[in-house]
Design a protein around this ligand. Structure first.
Ligand code: ATP
Ligand code: MG
Length: 410
């Protein structure tokens, strides 16, 4: 992609409404644009990052046999009446023609349960797990911290259905392991702990995945030897580390980046969803749900990987692999850079090519703000010194390498 043609450029001016590092850097970098409090546009750069996060999640959920579907955002309120959740204060209500009552889904238990019910007749159809990656709507009392807490936000939600509780428990452990892989691939593995949290009205506990960060809204008590946390909201019920009994727990702030629940029959019963077992008897269906927030994760990555100059994306989710820029107006340099750009894209390397006639300072500052992991500068001087200047965004030093060696560094 040529930076000169990219829709959504950097701006040096911090947005007046930015209440957090992620809102400021993502807006200044040209990744997102605020629509209203808690609602954001994703510009091309931002959408590339979001899609990479989603693709990592998609691969790992496919690997635990989740099947991707797409459910509607808009649903009849009646389904929430059935589960007793239409009075939830975060639910957005709409009225259609003839006073028809609709809601915007805040989660999809009310849609997925009757959907899977329609396609599940006997024990042969179980277990089954379906998921989607879609936007959720929540009338959050306070939308804040940029894309960490939105009123419209992106979620991957997986739902599993089982013939008995033991099968649900076994699958729940597989999803837990998949989640650890996801955070590792996102570059958050070392900072993310699993925490015991409230089970809502469904079970005693749920498990949250919490990325340790001072800006986090949640307070955890962490057992540092097991990397397990307990959310403050349930600490009264839990004395010491649930794994090793250690009572020396350390208080830390964290951002909730995922949450998994054993729902049991809370929703299947409400919809009368049972199945016929091998003996011909009707049995209740056991259910689990597993959420993860790609847009919140994007904000979290910016909160934990930045410096005074801008964002430092982990390679797995960076909008491009390489930021190529030319310095100076020398035509021979420009020509050589064009050639390199074409070679790289023909080999499938994702390159952002800053081909603008801007000052060196502006181009280098923009590259730091955008935060692509690898920067290649071509200038008259670099060519005289034998090639191009290579610098990693996460490191202070740069080096000159011959062009022929560039591929070894990708
Ligand atoms: P919170 O306690 O932060 O309000 P929650 O427990 O209500 O979140 P879940 O219903 O568990 O959220 O949603 C699953 C995942 O979706 C969360 O772990 C988080 O990653 C993401 N998420 C939830 N609410 C928001 C939001 N308002 N904006 C962005 N992402 C969100
Ligand atoms: Mg949660």
């Amino acid at each position: 992609m040529r930076y000169s043609k990219l829709f959504g450029k950097t701006t040096q001016q911090a947005p007046a409404d930015a209440d957090s590092v992620n809102a400021r850097l993502l807006t200044q970098g040209g990744f997102i644009q605020r629509q209203l409090a808690g609602v954001y546009n994703f510009l091309p750069l931002g959408l590339r990052v979001l899609k990479k996060i989603q693709d990592i999640i998609r691969e790992e959920i496919n690997a635990v046999e989740g099947q991707e579907v797409l459910m509607p955002a808009l649903t009849q309120r009646e389904n929430y009446d059935i589960t007793g959740r239409s009075a939830l204060d975060i639910l957005f209500h709409l009225t259609g023609h003839n006073e028809a009552a609709y809601v915007l889904n805040q989660s999809h238990e009310e849609v997925v349960t009757p959907l899977v019910q329609r396609h599940t007749l006997s024990y042969r159809d179980l277990p089954v797990a379906v998921y989607q990656i879609q936007n959720k709507f929540r009338n959050e009392p306070r939308a804040k911290s940029g894309i960490l807490r939105g009123r419209e936000f992106n979620m991957k939600d997986l739902y599993s259905f089982h013939a008995d509780y033991a099968d649900l428990e076994a699958y729940y452990e597989r999803v837990k392991a998949a989640y650890f892989k996801i955070y590792k691939r996102l570059g958050l593995g070392e900072r993310t702990v699993i925490a015991f949290a409230s089970g809502g009205s469904f079970s005693k506990y749920s498990h949250e995945f919490q990325t340790l960060a001072d800006v986090g809204e949640d307070t955890l008590y962490v057992c540092e030897s097991c990397s397990i946390g307990i959310n403050k909201e349930i600490i009264e019920d839990q004395k010491g580390c649930p794994e090793c009994g250690n009572e020396e727990l350390v208080e830390k702030r964290a951002i909730e980046v995922g949450n998994i629940f054993k729902l049991g029959t809370r929703f299947t019963e409400a919809f009368g969803f049972s199945y016929t077992d091998a003996a011909g008897e009707q049995k209740p269906v056991e259910m689990g749900c597993y959420g993860i927030g790609p847009s919140r994760i994007m904000g979290t990555l910016v909160e934990v990987f930045n410096d005074e100059k801008g964002i430092i994306w982990p390679a797995s989710v960076a909008p491009f692999k390489l930021h190529l820029l030319t310095l100076g107006m020398d035509e021979a340099v420009k020509e050589k850079a064009e050639k390199l750009y074409h070679e790289l894209i023909s080999e499938g390397v994702e390159v952002l090519f800053d081909d603008r006639d801007e000052s060196a300072g502006k181009k280098l500052n923009d590259a730091d703000l955008i935060g692509i992991p690898l920067r290649i500068v071509m200038s008259k001087r670099s060519l005289e010194n034998g090639g191009v200047e290579l610098k990693r965004r996460s490191e202070a030093d740069s080096q000159i390498i011959p062009l022929s060696e560039l591929k070894n560094h990708l």
